[in-house]
Design a protein around this ligand. Structure first.
Ligand code: PGA
Length: 252
Protein backbone atom coordinates (compact mmCIF):
# COMPACT_ATOMS: atom_id res chain seq x y z
CA UNK A 1 0.00 0.00 0.00
CA UNK A 2 1.15 3.50 -0.78
CA UNK A 3 1.71 5.80 2.18
CA UNK A 4 -0.44 8.94 2.01
CA UNK A 5 1.59 12.12 1.54
CA UNK A 6 0.43 15.59 2.49
CA UNK A 7 2.76 18.45 1.57
CA UNK A 8 2.28 22.17 2.13
CA UNK A 9 3.33 24.59 -0.59
CA UNK A 10 3.68 27.94 1.12
CA UNK A 11 4.40 29.71 -2.17
CA UNK A 12 5.66 33.30 -1.62
CA UNK A 13 4.13 33.56 1.84
CA UNK A 14 5.45 33.67 5.41
CA UNK A 15 8.77 35.32 6.22
CA UNK A 16 11.12 33.88 8.83
CA UNK A 17 9.15 35.16 11.84
CA UNK A 18 5.83 33.79 10.59
CA UNK A 19 7.49 30.57 9.44
CA UNK A 20 8.88 30.01 12.93
CA UNK A 21 5.48 30.61 14.51
CA UNK A 22 3.68 28.19 12.17
CA UNK A 23 6.30 25.43 12.51
CA UNK A 24 6.32 25.83 16.29
CA UNK A 25 2.55 25.38 16.27
CA UNK A 26 2.58 22.42 13.90
CA UNK A 27 5.27 20.57 15.83
CA UNK A 28 3.29 20.86 19.04
CA UNK A 29 0.24 19.17 17.51
CA UNK A 30 -0.74 15.54 17.48
CA UNK A 31 -0.31 14.54 13.82
CA UNK A 32 -1.06 11.19 12.21
CA UNK A 33 2.11 9.11 12.13
CA UNK A 34 0.84 7.03 9.22
CA UNK A 35 0.90 10.02 6.90
CA UNK A 36 4.07 11.32 5.27
CA UNK A 37 4.05 15.05 5.92
CA UNK A 38 6.12 17.89 4.53
CA UNK A 39 6.30 21.62 4.01
CA UNK A 40 7.91 23.33 1.03
CA UNK A 41 8.87 26.81 2.11
CA UNK A 42 10.49 29.96 0.65
CA UNK A 43 14.29 29.73 0.36
CA UNK A 44 14.93 32.26 3.13
CA UNK A 45 12.88 30.18 5.57
CA UNK A 46 14.66 26.90 4.89
CA UNK A 47 17.38 26.96 7.55
CA UNK A 48 15.05 28.28 10.26
CA UNK A 49 12.49 25.59 9.46
CA UNK A 50 15.21 22.94 9.35
CA UNK A 51 16.55 23.94 12.78
CA UNK A 52 13.13 23.86 14.41
CA UNK A 53 12.14 20.54 12.83
CA UNK A 54 15.45 18.92 13.78
CA UNK A 55 15.12 20.06 17.36
CA UNK A 56 11.64 18.54 17.77
CA UNK A 57 10.18 15.09 17.85
CA UNK A 58 8.27 15.41 14.59
CA UNK A 59 7.69 13.55 11.33
CA UNK A 60 7.38 16.76 9.34
CA UNK A 61 10.07 17.07 6.67
CA UNK A 62 10.84 20.11 4.59
CA UNK A 63 11.76 21.07 1.08
CA UNK A 64 12.00 23.84 -1.46
CA UNK A 65 9.57 25.04 -4.12
CA UNK A 66 12.07 25.20 -6.96
CA UNK A 67 15.76 24.78 -7.78
CA UNK A 68 18.09 25.08 -10.74
CA UNK A 69 19.54 21.90 -12.25
CA UNK A 70 23.24 22.85 -12.11
CA UNK A 71 25.30 22.31 -8.94
CA UNK A 72 26.96 25.74 -8.89
CA UNK A 73 28.09 28.55 -11.12
CA UNK A 74 27.10 31.89 -12.58
CA UNK A 75 23.32 31.61 -12.29
CA UNK A 76 22.33 34.76 -10.44
CA UNK A 77 19.37 34.28 -8.14
CA UNK A 78 19.25 30.49 -8.36
CA UNK A 79 19.59 27.74 -5.75
CA UNK A 80 21.22 24.38 -6.51
CA UNK A 81 20.38 20.78 -5.59
CA UNK A 82 23.66 20.49 -3.65
CA UNK A 83 22.69 23.51 -1.55
CA UNK A 84 19.33 21.91 -0.75
CA UNK A 85 20.93 18.58 0.02
CA UNK A 86 23.50 20.20 2.32
CA UNK A 87 20.72 21.40 4.61
CA UNK A 88 18.93 18.02 4.41
CA UNK A 89 15.96 19.16 2.38
CA UNK A 90 13.85 16.18 1.40
CA UNK A 91 11.55 17.51 -1.31
CA UNK A 92 11.62 19.96 -4.15
CA UNK A 93 8.48 21.03 -6.00
CA UNK A 94 9.17 21.17 -9.73
CA UNK A 95 7.11 22.35 -12.64
CA UNK A 96 4.44 24.09 -10.59
CA UNK A 97 1.96 25.80 -12.93
CA UNK A 98 2.91 29.19 -11.47
CA UNK A 99 6.53 28.60 -12.50
CA UNK A 100 5.43 27.41 -15.91
CA UNK A 101 3.21 30.45 -16.40
CA UNK A 102 4.99 33.38 -14.73
CA UNK A 103 8.59 32.24 -15.10
CA UNK A 104 8.21 30.60 -18.49
CA UNK A 105 9.54 27.21 -17.44
CA UNK A 106 9.06 24.65 -20.17
CA UNK A 107 9.04 20.86 -20.10
CA UNK A 108 12.64 20.63 -21.28
CA UNK A 109 13.87 22.69 -18.33
CA UNK A 110 11.59 20.88 -15.89
CA UNK A 111 12.91 17.54 -17.14
CA UNK A 112 16.50 18.67 -16.44
CA UNK A 113 15.46 19.72 -12.95
CA UNK A 114 13.70 16.39 -12.27
CA UNK A 115 16.79 14.42 -13.36
CA UNK A 116 19.05 16.65 -11.30
CA UNK A 117 16.87 16.37 -8.17
CA UNK A 118 16.84 12.58 -8.44
CA UNK A 119 20.58 12.36 -8.94
CA UNK A 120 21.01 14.43 -5.75
CA UNK A 121 18.65 12.24 -3.79
CA UNK A 122 15.93 14.87 -3.48
CA UNK A 123 12.30 13.83 -3.95
CA UNK A 124 10.83 15.76 -6.84
CA UNK A 125 7.17 16.67 -6.49
CA UNK A 126 6.38 17.07 -10.15
CA UNK A 127 3.31 19.20 -10.85
CA UNK A 128 1.19 18.70 -13.95
CA UNK A 129 -2.25 19.90 -14.91
CA UNK A 130 -4.44 21.46 -17.53
CA UNK A 131 -5.97 24.92 -17.94
CA UNK A 132 -9.73 25.48 -17.89
CA UNK A 133 -9.90 25.89 -21.65
CA UNK A 134 -7.93 22.69 -22.20
CA UNK A 135 -10.42 20.88 -19.98
CA UNK A 136 -13.43 22.43 -21.67
CA UNK A 137 -12.06 21.51 -25.09
CA UNK A 138 -11.56 17.91 -23.98
CA UNK A 139 -7.77 18.14 -24.10
CA UNK A 140 -6.98 17.72 -20.39
CA UNK A 141 -5.55 14.21 -20.69
CA UNK A 142 -3.48 15.02 -23.77
CA UNK A 143 -1.96 17.96 -21.94
CA UNK A 144 -1.14 15.96 -18.80
CA UNK A 145 0.20 13.05 -20.84
CA UNK A 146 2.52 15.29 -22.84
CA UNK A 147 3.79 16.98 -19.65
CA UNK A 148 4.46 13.64 -17.96
CA UNK A 149 6.22 12.12 -20.96
CA UNK A 150 8.49 15.15 -21.40
CA UNK A 151 9.13 15.88 -17.73
CA UNK A 152 10.04 12.26 -16.94
CA UNK A 153 12.20 11.70 -20.03
CA UNK A 154 15.25 9.57 -19.10
CA UNK A 155 14.02 8.96 -15.54
CA UNK A 156 14.99 5.35 -14.88
CA UNK A 157 12.91 2.46 -13.64
CA UNK A 158 14.79 2.63 -10.32
CA UNK A 159 14.17 6.36 -9.94
CA UNK A 160 10.51 6.62 -10.91
CA UNK A 161 9.17 5.22 -7.66
CA UNK A 162 10.77 8.12 -5.76
CA UNK A 163 8.95 10.71 -7.83
CA UNK A 164 5.75 12.17 -6.42
CA UNK A 165 3.37 13.46 -9.07
CA UNK A 166 0.96 16.24 -8.17
CA UNK A 167 -2.04 16.55 -10.43
CA UNK A 168 -3.09 20.18 -10.14
CA UNK A 169 -5.78 21.40 -12.53
CA UNK A 170 -4.76 25.04 -13.00
CA UNK A 171 -8.34 26.27 -12.77
CA UNK A 172 -8.62 24.81 -9.26
CA UNK A 173 -5.47 26.39 -7.80
CA UNK A 174 -6.17 29.14 -5.29
CA UNK A 175 -9.64 29.63 -6.75
CA UNK A 176 -11.72 27.80 -4.17
CA UNK A 177 -12.94 25.55 -7.00
CA UNK A 178 -11.96 21.94 -6.45
CA UNK A 179 -12.09 19.29 -9.13
CA UNK A 180 -14.85 16.84 -8.25
CA UNK A 181 -13.40 13.79 -6.55
CA UNK A 182 -14.49 11.71 -9.56
CA UNK A 183 -12.71 13.99 -12.05
CA UNK A 184 -9.58 14.10 -9.87
CA UNK A 185 -9.61 10.30 -9.54
CA UNK A 186 -10.17 9.90 -13.26
CA UNK A 187 -7.04 11.92 -14.04
CA UNK A 188 -4.93 10.34 -11.29
CA UNK A 189 -5.89 6.90 -12.58
CA UNK A 190 -4.99 8.01 -16.09
CA UNK A 191 -1.57 9.17 -14.81
CA UNK A 192 -1.01 5.82 -13.08
CA UNK A 193 -1.85 3.94 -16.27
CA UNK A 194 0.56 6.17 -18.14
CA UNK A 195 3.32 5.30 -15.66
CA UNK A 196 2.53 1.65 -16.26
CA UNK A 197 2.84 2.23 -20.01
CA UNK A 198 6.15 4.07 -19.61
CA UNK A 199 7.55 1.72 -16.93
CA UNK A 200 5.87 -1.37 -15.51
CA UNK A 201 2.77 -2.23 -13.52
CA UNK A 202 4.91 -2.65 -10.41
CA UNK A 203 6.34 0.88 -10.65
CA UNK A 204 2.93 2.34 -11.40
CA UNK A 205 1.65 0.90 -8.12
CA UNK A 206 4.48 2.48 -6.14
CA UNK A 207 4.39 6.03 -7.51
CA UNK A 208 2.41 8.38 -5.33
CA UNK A 209 0.01 10.76 -7.01
CA UNK A 210 -1.28 13.80 -5.15
CA UNK A 211 -4.19 16.03 -5.99
CA UNK A 212 -3.66 19.78 -5.61
CA UNK A 213 -6.06 22.69 -6.05
CA UNK A 214 -8.10 24.14 -3.20
CA UNK A 215 -7.77 21.02 -1.08
CA UNK A 216 -9.09 21.80 2.39
CA UNK A 217 -10.40 20.05 5.50
CA UNK A 218 -13.91 19.99 4.00
CA UNK A 219 -12.98 18.02 0.88
CA UNK A 220 -9.86 16.06 1.84
CA UNK A 221 -11.65 12.92 3.02
CA UNK A 222 -13.62 12.48 -0.17
CA UNK A 223 -10.59 13.07 -2.40
CA UNK A 224 -8.27 10.78 -0.47
CA UNK A 225 -10.88 8.03 -0.34
CA UNK A 226 -10.27 7.55 -4.05
CA UNK A 227 -8.08 4.64 -5.03
CA UNK A 228 -5.54 6.57 -7.08
CA UNK A 229 -5.28 9.77 -5.02
CA UNK A 230 -2.49 9.25 -2.51
CA UNK A 231 -2.24 12.69 -0.99
CA UNK A 232 -2.40 16.41 -1.49
CA UNK A 233 -0.22 19.35 -2.39
CA UNK A 234 -1.72 22.14 -0.37
CA UNK A 235 -1.36 25.87 -0.95
CA UNK A 236 -3.71 28.17 0.95
CA UNK A 237 -4.76 25.66 3.60
CA UNK A 238 -1.11 24.93 4.52
CA UNK A 239 -0.59 28.45 5.85
CA UNK A 240 -2.55 27.87 9.07
CA UNK A 241 -1.75 25.19 11.63
CA UNK A 242 -5.42 24.48 12.21
CA UNK A 243 -6.28 23.64 8.59
CA UNK A 244 -2.97 21.99 7.70
CA UNK A 245 -3.11 19.69 10.73
CA UNK A 246 -6.66 18.70 9.80
CA UNK A 247 -5.42 17.75 6.34
CA UNK A 248 -2.63 15.59 7.76
CA UNK A 249 -5.14 14.04 10.15
CA UNK A 250 -7.68 13.44 7.37
CA UNK A 251 -8.38 9.89 8.42
CA UNK A 252 -8.97 10.67 12.11
P1 PGA B 1 -4.14 25.86 -3.37
O1 PGA B 1 -2.70 25.65 -4.10
O2 PGA B 1 -4.28 24.74 -2.39
O3 PGA B 1 -4.03 27.21 -2.73
O4 PGA B 1 -5.17 25.80 -4.43
C1 PGA B 1 -2.23 24.38 -4.44
C2 PGA B 1 -0.91 24.51 -5.16
O5 PGA B 1 -0.79 25.41 -6.01
O6 PGA B 1 0.03 23.72 -4.94
Amino acid sequence: MRKPIIVGNWKMNLGVKEAKKLVDELTSMDLDKNVEQGICVPFVDLTTVKEILESKDTLISFGAQNMYFEESGAYTGEISPTMLKEINAKYVILGHSERREYFKEDDELINKKVLSALSHDLIPILCVGETLSEREEGNAKDKVSSQIKSDLKDVSKEEIEKVVIAYEPIWAIGTGKTASSDDAEDMCKYIRNLIEELYTYEESQKVRIQYGGSMKPENVKELLAKENIDGGLIGGASLKADSFSKLINFSK
